[in-house]
Write a protein that binds this ligand. Structure first.
Ligand code: EPU
Length: 336
């Protein structure tokens, strides 16, 4: 185990924010992590760094989770059970599944980050959430160094939410995630408007996993900035869920407001639409701003600080509240 000193975290977070880690260690096995926890518990975890906004230097030991490996636990005619270690890149795992014809996560193509963090915010896109395929999550309890397992139910998944963002926050290090995928009879999800349109434009009527994955990649590439080119953390805010009565009033004023029914009394509205209406879409302030094609994504054009981006997020929140009476919730983990 080698602890490095004064390392810039710029390449370890997809926002590309340059803050200093006083001490940094990359860990590639559960055993190594357990040994480390015996001597140091005051740690700051970083994995794919795709859902965090760093606003200051990190004083505690930064532990980079780099545990790799995929194993097939068991399979039968149609089902395959896999366990994937936390440090595997999410998109590489999706592409591998598609190439092996394992179905279930193809709609989640091109989402930045690593496998170990996918359950924390229950990543989701184009009609699919990762919770639909997760069977269990294995994690080390920081306090005791013990390896524990959470079943799907115990993870308490919700929209961009799980137990790891709530009562278990900061208490565990996810070391692997297990999935149940399909081998022959796939439950394809191609009804999302943008996917349907993309498949139709290619005259595909009976899509394969690869067709869906390719369609999602094309849609994402057309709307979302590539973090390797423009720093970002995907959707910065959650899509707010509001009371139906409030929605009806808004619809009266803004007849074109898009919406999704959540229940008889609740409606979800796209935060991207609200932010665009408030005039922020494509706005650039120095080295940071709001993405020109998707207003839900805040971007770092080069050397923005986390504080600048956080201040912009607060300004957007305030403006949306004044204009629509809706309180946006930040989805990205702000490290203050
Ligand atoms: N819209 C606008 N202006 C914008 C952005 C969106 O008017 O700048 C409108 C669109 O026209 C559409 C609606 O808002 O009517 C929804 O847009 P879109 O389909 O792009 O999805 P979203 O609700 O903005 C969510 C997820 C994304 C995911 C897409 C596709 C959240 C917070 N975001 O975005 O997730 O890729 O759906 O399923 O739920 C992420 O979490 O990082 C992420 C990118």
């Amino acid at each position: 185990m080698k602890i490095l000193e004064n390392i810039s975290l710029k390449q370890y977070n997809t926002f590309g924010i340059s803050v200093n880690a006083k001490r940094f260690i990359s860990v590639d096995s559960v055993y190594e992590l357990q040994q480390l926890l015996k001597i140091e518990k005051d740690i700051f975890l970083i994995s794919g760094g795709s859902n965090m906004l760093l606003t200051k230097d990190i004083e505690n030991l930064v532990v980079h989770i780099d545990i790799k490996g995929i194993s097939i636990d068991r399979e039968n005619h149609n089902d395959i059970y896999l366990t994937v270690n936390a440090g595997e890149n999410w998109h590489d795992f999706v592409l591998w599944c598609v190439s092996e014809n394992y179905g279930g996560i193809e709609n989640l193509s091109l989402i930045p980050g690593n496998v170990g963090t996918c359950p924390i915010q229950n990543i989701g896109a184009y009609g699919v959430e990762v919770k639909d395929t997760i069977t269990k999550v294995e994690a080390l309890e920081i306090e005791t160094g013990k390896l524990v397992q959470f079943s799907n139910t115990e993870c308490n998944f919700g929209y961009r939410n799980s137990i790891f963002k709530n009562e278990k926050k900061g208490k565990y290090i996810i070391t692997s995630v297990s999935f149940l995928l399909t081998k022959i009879t796939h439950n394809l999800n191609s009804s999302y408007g943008a996917i349907e349109a993309e498949l139709a434009s290619k005259s595909i009527t009976n899509p394969s996993l690869k067709n869906i994955s390719d369609a999602v990649i094309a849609i994402r590439e057309s709307k979302l900035p590539d973090p390797k080119k423009i720093g970002n953390s995907g959707s910065f805010f959650k899509n707010p869920v509001i009371e139906k009565s409030q929605f009806l009033k808004l619809q009266n004023k803004y007849p074109k407001i898009p919406s999704y029914v959540v229940s008889n009394t609740e409606i979800k509205v796209p935060a991207g639409w609200l932010i665009e209406q408030a005039g922020f879409k494509g706005k650039r302030f120095g080295d940071f701003g709001v993405h020109e094609k998707q207003a839900l994504v805040l971007v770092n054009y080069g050397n923005a600080s986390g504080i600048e981006i956080y201040e912009l997020a607060k300004k957007i929140k305030e403006t949306i509240f004044i204009k629509f009476g809706i309180s946006l919730e930040i989805e990205v983990n702000i490290i203050t």
